[in-house]
Design a binder for this molecule. Structure first.
Ligand code: NAP
Length: 293
């Protein structure tokens, strides 16, 4: 069994990005600039936005955060989106989700200019991705594809089973894996809560991508000998063995599944580190006008 080391791959990509930024600065060009809109005080959202700012600093990007109280009016939020759409110094921005209930999330996402939609949630980018046009692909699916690419994974003709059909992971990954580009060209099956004989389907997978949101759901009997397993799940569980009092586990029961696989992503250190790096990659693309010349 080989480990797919997301932490190492993410660090390599960061180095490559930092080198590109250095070249820009050497040529007296402006570095990429990522902005984030943060509404309310949700600790997970705050942590995520802070990590993005830290990652920007590490690679030499500019970053800014627009913070609002949770009672902000939808109209004011939309005005900020419009302001960022028109600010020539901002290459891309994200609106940290979830938003409070009184705000229409889809309305806000659709107000973002597709050119600056580095989270890849705007329907225009989702549509472009689906038909194979250049598009901003959302961070986690993009990170998974980059992991496969950099691990030299041959996916053409393989039987790929995706466990989960969410708009942020399962669905876009299923589209990317069935596209005619590499990695891709796989024969894809998407499973969800209404799927029957789930274990038989997962056990037929050459590549099993798990984004189900259930701790250690996938057990050894659900996995084919020699399969590649990508575990997207992240769950914090109490642990007496760590200083912090908790540890992270995935959607896959790692200890029993790993020995059966040819390659597997660990949790932590697999898909997770690729997510923020994907956002940096998209922001660099935005700075270079690669998606929308
Ligand atoms: P989600 O929106 O909750 O979607 C879960 C999917 O799994 C749904 O399609 C659901 O089916 C399906 N499902 C749930 N229980 C099932 C069951 N018993 N049998 C079959 N299918 C079942 O989750 P998500 O946002 O995609 O996230 C999935 C996991 O990835 C979570 O652990 C999350 O924390 C993690 N995640 C990690 C990253 C990262 O950076 N590493 C990023 C995003 C998410 P239905 O559609 O029928 O309800």
């Amino acid at each position: 069994m080989n480990l797919i080391d997301g932490k190492k791959i993410a660090a390599e990509i960061k180095q490559e990005i930092a080198l590109e930024v250095k070249k820009m600065i050497d040529k007296e060009e402006r570095p990429p600039h990522l902005a984030a809109i943060l509404v309310g005080n949700d600790p997970a959202s705050e942590t995520y936005v802070n990590s993005k700012a830290k990652a920007c600093k590490e690679v030499g990007f500019d970053s800014s955060t627009y913070k609002f109280e949770s009672n902000i009016e939808e109209e004011e939020l939309l005005k900020t989106v419009e302001f960022l759409n028109n600010d020539p110094d901002i290459d891309g921005f994200i609106v940290q989700l979830p938003l409070p209930d009184h705000i229409d999330e889809q309305k806000v996402i659709q107000a973002i200019s597709p050119r600056k939609d580095v989270d890849g949630f705007h329907p225009e980018n989702v549509g472009r991705m689906t038909i194979g046009l250049p598009a901003y692909v959302s961070a986690t699916p993009n990170g998974i594809m980059e992991l496969l690419k950099r691990s030299d994974m041959k996916t053409a003709g393989k039987n790929c089973v995706i466990l989960g059909r969410s708009n942020i992971v399962g669905r876009p990954v299923s589209i990317l894996m069935s596209r005619t580009t590499e990695p891709g060209n796989a024969t894809v099956t998407v499973c969800h809560s209404k799927t029957q004989n789930l274990a038989a389907i997962t056990a037929s997978a050459d590549i099993l991508i798990v984004a189900i949101g259930r701790p250690e759901f996938v057990t050894a009997d659900m996995v084919k000998e020699g399969a590649v397993v990508i575990d997207v799940g992240i769950h914090r569980v109490p642990s007496a063995k760590t200083k912090s009092g908790f540890r992270l586990i995935g959607d896959v029961k790692y200890d029993e599944v790993a020995p059966k696989t040819s390659q597997i992503t660990p949790v932590p250190g697999g898909v997770g580190p690729m997510t923020i790096v994907s956002l940096l990659m998209n922001t660099l693309r935005a700075r270079k006008n690669e998606i929308y010349p």
